[in-house]
Write a protein that binds this ligand. Sequence first.
Ligand SMILES: C[S@@+](CC[C@H](N)C(=O)[O-])C[C@H]1O[C@@H](n2cnc3c(N)ncnc32)[C@H](O)[C@@H]1O
Length: 293
Amino acid sequence: MKKLLRPLVGKVISRLIHLCGIIRYGEKDLAKRNIQRTANIHDMVTSPDEPYYAGQYLHWILSKLDEQFPDRGINILDLGCGQGRLTIPLAAWNRNGRVIGVDFTKEAIETARRYSEEKGVPNAEFLVDDAPHFLEKTPSESYDCVVFTEVVLMLPQYDKALQHVHRIMKSDGLAFISFRSKYFNLLHTIRERNFAGARLAATQQTGKVFGGAVTFSWQTTNEVVELLSRLGYRNTMCRGIGIFSGIEGDPLETIARPSLLSEKQQSELSDLETQLAETYADCGRYILAMTTK
Ligand SMILES: C[S@@+](CC[C@H](N)C(=O)[O-])C[C@H]1O[C@@H](n2cnc3c(N)ncnc32)[C@H](O)[C@@H]1O
């Protein structure tokens, strides 16, 4: 009996905490606070599996940038940059250019500044701001490249933000935008036996799929391509990030967690994940869209 009651009591307590949060901060503010709290705890540079996925993003991003801007020295925006997991290597690539990282989590930006100093990349600048606010005040055609990874999934009105990203890109600019895959949310909810969440994931593209205060969004590759083309982007290509693996808590962690592998195994996994990233783009933890204006 005790065993049966324990999960129920846990659920009731977490529901009560959630309701108290809504009463205290209002729903919108509570969602923002929850995102910021997670961003503060989960350091994207030092968390065990995140550097592996940074490697996957950079594999695609740097090869495209090398192709498009062989002389480097460009203007790059990393929107929702966290602790600078991608901003710092991008600044190292772009030595005679500028990279600006923007995030609304103050602690993440402070950490990013510290990491960039340690890495000696003075051309990386960091700013605390809300992405939609930053985008609205940014002049048109001001960036050669916009990186927007693992943020859209938690951004209310993400289509409006994507419209602005398109506006602030130069005419020969590139954007790298990642979206939560629908497949990931289906695996996650089914593993939890959260069939209401799974039905939501199957039929919609946004919602409170995991309960809690944050409204998430998710897509298939077809939906990503359709959305970006509707907003004026061209030449969109999708690649799956983490098609056979995951961080702690992800559904695919039982297949492989990069940080639990030897260096050789990690490199084998990485080769397979990049080789098959196009074929299985819909199965990624995220879908990376590489697109032009
Ligand atoms: C999963 S992390 C990704 C960080 C980074 N893009 C990367 O790939 O390493 C998500 C980040 O988005 C930031 N974020 C979420 N919503 C935001 C918003 N409205 N404005 C600015 N930053 C936001 C969070 O603070 C967090 O640092």
